[in-house]
Design a protein around this ligand. Structure first.
Ligand SMILES: Cc1cc2nc3c(=O)[nH]c(=O)nc-3n(C[C@H](O)[C@H](O)[C@H](O)COP(=O)(O)OP(=O)(O)OC[C@H]3O[C@@H](n4cnc5c(N)ncnc54)[C@H](O)[C@@H]3O)c2cc1C
Length: 437
């Protein structure tokens, strides 16, 4: 076991405001199931819920607690796009499967909010829209192209000009942008805990504080070993994503090495006065802009602005970010001034060079995905249904995602070290963005 891990939740805003949930018991015997799911984030929990609803015998094994990974630490923005992978490019690279995937992404925010409503999950969900403002006039062209590409797929998107953007955001910092009214935000930890409860109510078994040590194909089926028990299953969904090598480095090294984990820092201000809340994002949309060094914000249910940033070097990260992001916010929103931050935390995001998530079926009966590239709240939730389809025998030719071979990144330890410094290049690029006046 990696000794820097702890099954406790990080000191996030979400952990402070979300109801505690009694963890499920750990696995202490041998069980036989149709499907074993490793990891209880949105992917594992949504897959478990869909499979249980379809009548399958499912067990979900979580090393820490439901929502402990990226799912309980994120900004909670429900975003129906990828960061860098454009829908037309995905379709061009992966053919019909790529087009089906683009459609899955397009519908993913509505899918999440429908699931929340259908299961009555109490997670401060607000479907107020997701806005991606453009940080240069040149980037407005990108926004226009995106509006066109997503509109063709039926997304409720429109291009806002600079004046409409200033009204929507409460700042003159951006030049226009794409508004998608199907997006919004949630309290992600409350969503994970709610999904866990609904999944168990639907008939799935959850074991927490149960790190999986190994998975092995045997004539009896897949054998999933944990410290005090084991599961024999017909199929496996490996839903450990950016944390695949965190608790057990030998669990699935090729899959863990097909992405580079990057730390993303999240921050929440103290509750803001009414006047600030009325003038900053008064429509309560979620916002992430077009900078490589991303600007992102959303309000929570208690009047805190939930934002964050990236660092090339994590040294003294929380203190450095409080200063840097505080000054940035005061510049963007002079009406706010430099805010005080009550919470700073971080989590791991799996990245790939082309910013495209990877979907794998590396052996018969083993399904997994990796590298959300920072956009996985809506996607991971939708993937629960996709993995349930795969388990039920929907062939790769009809699946909603393109399945590709596992390609570990060469010199992975070096790539891991170097990757955060790419932020420096993003910052340069952000400044070089063309302006078309
Ligand atoms: C800080 C941060 C901010 C983000 N903000 C956003 C956002 O605003 N919008 C957005 O769309 N996306 C965002 N993302 C991405 C999004 O959170 C993820 O894509 C999504 O939560 C992935 O869910 P998951 O279930 O696949 O993985 P995770 O939630 O990471 O779950 C994996 C689980 O596997 C468990 N596990 C690992 N190894 C083992 C083992 N050996 N045995 C048993 N269990 C194991 C872990 O404990 C963990 O709970 C953000 C991510 C981070 C880290």
């Amino acid at each position: 076991m990696n000794d820097i891990t702890s099954p406790d939740f990080p000191p996030s805003l979400w952990n402070a405001v979300t109801r505690p949930r009694r963890p499920a018991s750990s696995l202490v015997d041998e069980v036989r199931v149709e499907v074993a799911i490793i990891g209880a984030g949105f992917t594992g929990l949504s897959a478990g819920l869909h499979l249980a609803e379809r009548g399958h015998k499912v067990v979900v094994l979580e090393a820490a607690q439901a929502g402990w990974g990226a799912s309980g630490r994120n900004n909670g923005q429900v975003i129906p796009t990828m960061t860098g992978a454009e829908p037309d490019t995905i379709a061009k690279c992966h053919g019909e499967a790529g087009e089906r995937f683009a459609q899955l992404v397009c519908d993913s925010a509505s899918y999440l909010f429908d699931l929340v409503r259908r299961h009555d999950i109490d997670c401060e969900s607000v479907q107020s829209g997701w806005f991606q403002p453009a940080h240069s006039s040149g980037r407005v062209r990108l926004s226009a192209n995106r509006v066109e590409a997503w509109s063709r797929r039926g997304a409720p998107v429109r291009l806002l000009d600079a004046a409409e953007t200033a009204d929507l955001v409460g700042s003159r910092d951006w030049y226009g942008g794409m508004l998608n009214s199907s997006g919004g935000h949630i309290n992600p930890l409350a969503f994970a805990k709610g999904l866990a409860d609904r999944m168990v109510a639907a008939g799935a078994t959850l074991h927490e504080n149960t790190p999986v040590r190994s998975i092995e194909k045997t004539p009896a089926g897949w054998v999933v070993s944990t410290p005090e028990g084991r599961v024999i299953s017909d199929q496996i969904i490996l839903a450990s994503n950016g944390y695949t090598d965190w608790f057990e480095s030998r669990l699935a090294p090729k899959i863990a090495h097909s992405l580079v984990p990057i730390l993303s820092w999240q921050m929440a201000t103290e509750p803001q006065p009414d006047a600030v809340r009325a003038s900053v994002l008064p429509g309560r949309q979620a916002l992430s802009d077009t900078h490589g060094d991303l600007r992102f914000f959303r309000w929570d249910a208690r009047g805190r602005l939930v934002t964050g940033g990236a660092l090339m070097f994590p040294f003294n990260g929380a203190e450095r970010l409080k200063q840097r992001i505080g000054i940035r916010l005061a510049r963007i929103f002079p009406q706010m001034g430099v805010p005080k931050f009550d919470f700073v935390w971080n989590g791991r995001i799996g990245m790939t060079a082309d910013r495209m998530p990877q979907f794998y079926n590396p052996a018969p009966g083993l399904w997994t995905w990796a590298a959300c590239n920072g956009r996985g709240v809506a996607l991971a939730t939708s993937l629960g249904k996709v993995f349930a389809d795969a388990i039920e025998g929907v062939g790769q030719q009809d699946l909603a995602v393109p399945i590709t071979p596992v390609l570990p990144i060469p010199f992975h330890p070096v790539a891991k070290l170097v990757a955060p410094t790419v932020l420096g290049w993003y910052r340069v690029k952000d400044r070089l963005e063309p302006a078309y006046h």
